[in-house]
Design a binder for this molecule. Sequence first.
Ligand SMILES: NC(=O)c1ccc[n+]([C@@H]2O[C@H](COP(=O)([O-])OP(=O)(O)OC[C@H]3O[C@@H](n4cnc5c(N)ncnc54)[C@H](OP(=O)(O)O)[C@@H]3O)[C@@H](O)[C@H]2O)c1
Length: 394
Amino acid sequence: MQPDTVRSVVLLGSTGSIGTQSLDVIARNPDRFRVVALAAYGGRIDLLAGQAAEFRPDVVAVADPAAVPELRAALAARGVAARVLAGQEGVAEAASWPADVVLNGITGALGLTSTLAALEAGRALALANKESLIVGGPLVKRLAKPGQLIPVDSEHAALAQCLWAAGPTGPDASAVRRLVVTASGGPFRGRSRADLAEVTPEQALAHPTWSMGPVITVNSATLVNKGLEVIEAHLLFDIGFERIDVVVHPQSVVHSMVEFVDGSTIAQASPPDMRLPIALALGWPERVADAAPGVDWTAAHTWTFEPLDDGAFPAVALARHVGAAGGTAPAVYNAANEVCVEAFLAGRLPFLGIVDTVASVVSEHAVTEAGSVAEVLDADSWARIRARELTGTA
Ligand SMILES: NC(=O)c1ccc[n+]([C@@H]2O[C@H](COP(=O)([O-])OP(=O)(O)OC[C@H]3O[C@@H](n4cnc5c(N)ncnc54)[C@H](OP(=O)(O)O)[C@@H]3O)[C@@H](O)[C@H]2O)c1
């Protein structure tokens, strides 16, 4: 049954891959969703102002205060009277704007303040910005009320749907044996460590099945993204790391699976298209009709599954290690990785240097509790400085 009320949406990171796909879902479902706030960094003002002209939000925020004059001019030129907010505080204010749901599609650890602001304001939080959950794990978990965090990552949306199917009375944790997170394997699947020595940013950015922003695309090539997702699954579903497996599935149609104690496995399948998990998160728990095309069962398909090569791609094992250590360790893993990805994309670090450097930074870090935002941010900035020193990009 379709709900008869229109849900108001705050969209953070509206100019990115997740943001633009979210607006596609919203534009096709005006009877279900209405945009009340848009936020971005400020790098694509023309696109942001065009979105504001089409969706007429109450407020538009940019993290970069220097982008405000251009934004005001672009809004005025389009006859948009939205209030303008600026700086990281402005984006956080947008995150707590009155709304039914906040979708956080910001990229990187900088999304943490907005995640915390949305949770503190009591909003339902559709979370694409996995980094904020990972770096601020204990803080985010402490703030989030049951059901307040809704995953947007296709793997976690799949796990949530499989768990949903766990029993007639709802998810039953004791019935779950393991979570099986699928990975496409990225553009370098099947290569040995030696084969990876010379790969270029251009090759790393050519993902075989998903079209995404540059950071997550490189993270998919190194498998750091899968490492982050293992930690995300642990935090979202309270399942121990020893019961979270990763399996490589190059077709990216089975988005993840849950194996139950009786040996039964339930999988969620749909062609790779983020509009489906985005729509499910925006409308949660109701589904949005025709959010994305389903599997064409009139055509022949082959789905394959293979084990992950931890030797060539050590990022997942390293993520398990930092996830189990807890506290500030995941924030350090993420921050060192963000610095290394930037250096790799700028041609200043070889591909293998990304995870090797993250491992070195993690091994030097003295883990603390992550009991406050300040503590998390301290660990984050220490890891960034150390990663820049180790890569010679300081
Ligand atoms: N893309 C996917 O298919 C996908 C799938 C699963 C999960 N995710 C996750 O979703 C998040 C977004 O990924 P993406 O691929 O959409 O990234 P993206 O294409 O690079 O877009 C990032 C967005 O965040 C904005 N932004 C950056 N820093 C900001 C800040 N400090 N404050 C406010 N906005 C800021 C950018 O604005 P400007 O345009 O002004 O720079 C842009 O709108 C990431 O956490 C990623 O891991 C993405």
